[in-house]
Design a protein around this ligand. Structure first.
Ligand SMILES: [Zn+2]
Length: 365
């Protein structure tokens, strides 16, 4: 899987490969971009290129072979979610005393270390950074460059301060990647010591092309819809469950119906009744809340005369009808109510009742 398989952001990829060609790759890089834009995939590709034993050149720029011993071992971490789950499970099976001292790391090649946020808080902890400090000043053993990838650069305070020390004096033979969808959440002192490369979300057309290759079971119309609904994230597009989404949207529309002038509430009650306690009910509720946000956003796009921004493109005509029933103030207050519904769920309010009163409040608003 060479660089040509990376989807989107061709300019950023080119810049990266030019830096690699000149052997001038910065020692600390923030790779920022929305979820699914390929930050981790790209960092892995760079790690492979830095350490590839074949070092092929494509289009005049460095690439990786994907077949040599280094490429193959680094690629074992390509599926980070699986490796992460294994590391967490391995820790779960330890004795309590060891569990506390074990931090989650993923390392399938001696010179490439991935540091995911540590559960349950899902933050990078100081012990993880200390582990990096303990390794980073040793020369790579089997490759040319030590690579340290913080797959989600969300640090506990002490961990961030500890990282700063390495960033002040990184060794020549190591590169640190900080992957984040929100670079402004990093300490300014960290940001100023790194080069920031920004990945932008892919356009719906780029995502559609990708889906045509990877999910041939989707019909062209469905591809178009998924491309818009996933907001330019390939990771999301790959796993997007359209059937699931449409079921949640059916419920969301039933909740909005009274506010749009529907007199018959029997469908609404049938829907809200189906939201039960327990984990199933929670994930159903979460999906419905997300869909409600996207519908309200779409109504706003229609109202402000930018229907091309609408994500639920397949129901544009219906959204236009709905938009005629409400004004801007309604959309604003509906969004606020939705926020209240969301925080009510965190306080474990009864789901069906909370949905009923949410729908009733929108009708009156
Ligand atoms: Zn290789």
């Amino acid at each position: 899987m060479p660089f040509s398989d990376f989807h989107g952001n061709p300019d950023v990829v080119r810049t990266i490969r030019e830096m690699l060609a000149r052997d001038r790759f910065p020692h600390a890089v923030i790779l920022s971009g929305p979820p699914g834009s390929g930050k981790f995939t790209l960092a892995q590709m760079i790690a492979k290129t830095m350490n590839c034993l074949e070092r092929p050149t494509n289009d005049g720029l460095p690439d990786f072979c994907g077949r040599c011993a280094n490429c193959v071992r680094i690629a074992e971490a390509d599926n980070l979610e699986e490796r992460f789950a294994e590391a967490v499970e391995a820790r779960e099976n330890l004795r309590d005393a060891d569990k506390r001292e074990t931090r989650i790391l993923v390392q399938t090649h001696p010179d490439v270390m991935i540091i995911p946020p540590d559960p349950p808080q899902m933050l990078v902890k100081v012990d993880q950074v200390r582990h990096v400090i303990g390794e980073i000043y040793y020369r790579p053993s089997e490759g040319r460059e030590g690579v340290y990838i913080f797959s989600d650069a969300d640090f506990m305070k002490e961990a961030a301060n500890s990282l700063l020390k390495v960033l002040e004096e990184p060794p020549d033979f190591a590169t640190i990647f900080l992957l984040t969808d929100n670079p402004s959440a990093l300490l300014p002192t960290i940001r100023s010591r790194c080069i920031t490369l920004r990945l932008t979300p892919l356009s719906p057309a780029e995502v559609e092309d990708y889906l045509a290759e990877t999910r041939p079971e989707l019909k062209p119309r469905e591809r178009g819809l998924v491309a818009r609904l996933c907001g330019g994230g390939l990771g999301r597009a790959r796993s997007f469950n359209l059937e699931h989404y449409l079921a949640a949207r059916h419920d969301a529309l039933a909740l909005l119906a009274p506010a749009m002038g529907a007199r018959d509430h029997s469908d609404l009650f049938k829907v809200t009744e189906s939201y039960r306690a327990g984990a199933d009910g929670k994930s159903k509720m979460d999906s419905t809340i997300r869909v409600l946000y996207s519908l309200l956003e779409d109504l706003l796009f229609v109202k402000s005369g930018t229907p091309e921004m609408v994500r639920n493109q397949d129901m544009l005509a219906e959204l236009k009808r709905m938009a005629e029933q409400v004004n801007f103030d309604w959309i604003v207050s509906a969004t606020q109510r939705l926020g209240e519904l969301e925080s009510g769920m965190r306080r474990n309010l009864l789901r069906s009742l909370a949905l009923d009163s949410f729908s009733a409040a929108l009708e009156k608003a």
